[in-house]
Ligand binder design. Sequence first.
Ligand code: AP5
Length: 216
Amino acid sequence: MAELIVLLGPPGAGKGTQAKVLSETLGLAHISSGDLFRENLQKKTELGVLAKQYMDRGELVPDDVTISMIRERMQRPDCARGAMLDGFPRTVPQAEALDAFLADSGLGAVRKVPYIKVGEADLVERLGGRWTCRANGHVFHTVFNPPQKSGVCDQDGSELFQRDDDKEETVKNRINVYFQQTAPLIAYYQRMNILVEVDGTKPIADVTADLLAALK
Ligand code: AP5
């Protein structure tokens, strides 16, 4: 694989927003574990039904299921030039499995891990006002990034919806789970010398510019 980038950050940090733009700019496949679970949920697959039980509570889907879903996704042809991972890995065992998979399959290694840093109060506000497009997952916010026409995606005209797991109680649990299970990845990638911290509290376009600079 030519290029592999992992976007790290808490729920609502802007991983999905930035991955959509950056993957297009850099010509990489955008792989979002959350979007893959939601697609499965929409199609009512066995994986989707299983994942829903965890997602509704703001908990993580078990590592074995998540790892095999991502392995399969990374072998599709659109990943030949590289990929930007958004939401995966999310635990140390997932990161170790990713490294092992990349080494075993001769795909190389993760090159850079931008960590989008945003404080807890901002996260709750961002997720409470988030609207997502049904067709392609484009992300909007009632205050910070409103669509031109309420309820309609600017990019593809599809319906915008609010995610079930963006309810306040679930958001709080997702943030707790992030600190317990995902935040240790900051040290994991720091040790490998590939972590680069980006201030995620700036306006969206400024964060994009900082990420592009960090990825040079
Ligand atoms: P997932 O879909 O990955 O959700 P998440 O990580 O919680 O991240 P979000 O999508 O909520 O936030 P984001 O950082 O992408 O922010 P966004 O760009 O949308 O996972 C959902 C669930 O799936 C998990 O809880 C778990 O159950 C399961 N799952 C997924 N991956 C898994 C894994 N690897 N292992 C196990 N389980 C897994 O932005 C948020 C809002 O803020 C938007 O409204 C946006 O417009 C706005 N915004 C963005 N940037 C800015 C900015 N700079 N300023 C102001 N507003 C901004």
